[in-house]
Design a protein around this ligand. Structure first.
Ligand SMILES: [Zn+2]
Length: 51
């Protein structure tokens, strides 16, 4: 499988023991998965993160 990048912070995932998956996306750690989920639910909490 190809290397994957965190869908939140873009870090190349080389350590899979901490990987978290949510909504079909891959995150380097649960912190990023939670941050991503929060930004989806409450965009106002993350100024400048909206695209
Ligand atoms: Zn990350």
């Amino acid at each position: 499988m190809a290397n994957e990048e965190c869908a939140h912070c873009g870090t190349l995932i080389t350590e899979w023991s901490t990987v978290a998956k949510r909504d079909g996306k891959t995150f380097c750690c649960p912190n990023c998965a939670n941050a991503y989920a929060r930004s989806q639910q409450a965009p106002d909490e993350v100024p400048g993160a909206r695209s």
